[in-house]
Structures are given as structure tokens and as C-alpha cells.
Design a protein around this ligand. Sequence first.
Ligand SMILES: [Zn+2]
Ligand SMILES: [Zn+2]
Length: 143
Amino acid sequence: MARVRVIGDLWHGRVPDGAVYIGRAAPGLPRSVFANPHPVDKPCRPCGGLVHDRPGAVEAYRAGLTPELVARARVEIGDADVACWCAEEEPCHGDPLLEAIHAQTPPRAPQSPLTACGELSDISAPSPSPSAPTGTHSAERRP
Ligand SMILES: [Zn+2]
Ligand SMILES: [Zn+2]
């Protein structure tokens, strides 16, 4: 669950073991569904030709993250690392993506297995029936 850098250059990129590639199409690397559609220092088509600086492109990606994409990222990335071309100290769209994956309160919360387990055991736990007084209960069980 960290951001790592693609190994090699643009023509010989290799994704580190255990990481999921989240960048644009490159030789040998298919475009990820998690790639940022907002380029840096180039007219941005989704934004009608606006030119983003690097932090601006990252913020545009954060703003465009849909619950559907985040849900998909939770399935396809989960606790794995994400690999992009950006240097680790540079702002990268992988940062808001990781934040969204690991956010405590997701936009549309799928039930986490832990919560579901707790709720189920609470519901099925035996509880005294309020309609049956304790006194008559022992009498019913008399042999
Ligand atoms: Zn844009
Ligand atoms: Zn990046």
C-alpha cells in the first residue's frame, strides 16, 4: 500500500514485483484504468484545454475519482503497491488513489468483512426473550 516507481525507462518499463501499474500506456505496459486522464503541462482534453501543473493534475484526478473507480481499485489493488512513472517525492495521482482505497469512510461503503462478522455474531447471539418470564421458563423445562 505504497507508491513505487516503474523500473527502467519509458521504452523498457517494468513494474516492481507485487505492485499494480496505474499509469498511461507505454511500450510493454497497457494503460491502466487508474491512469490519470489529466496530463501535466499539456492542454487537458477532459478539462477543455486547460493546462495543469503537476499538483493541479493530481487534484483534478482526486476530484474525478468516482466511487465506482475506488471500489474497483479496492478489488484490483487492495493492499498492493501502486506503480507509476513519477518520482516518489513528486505529487502523483497514485497518492489520492491510495488515500481513497484506504480511506476510513469510503464514499459508498461496501461492508467490510470485519464489521459484517461482528454484526452477524451479535444478531445470532442468544438473548433472553423479554416475553418469557424467568420463573415459568424453568417450569417448562421440568422433566
Ligand atoms: Zn484536466
Ligand atoms: Zn504518477
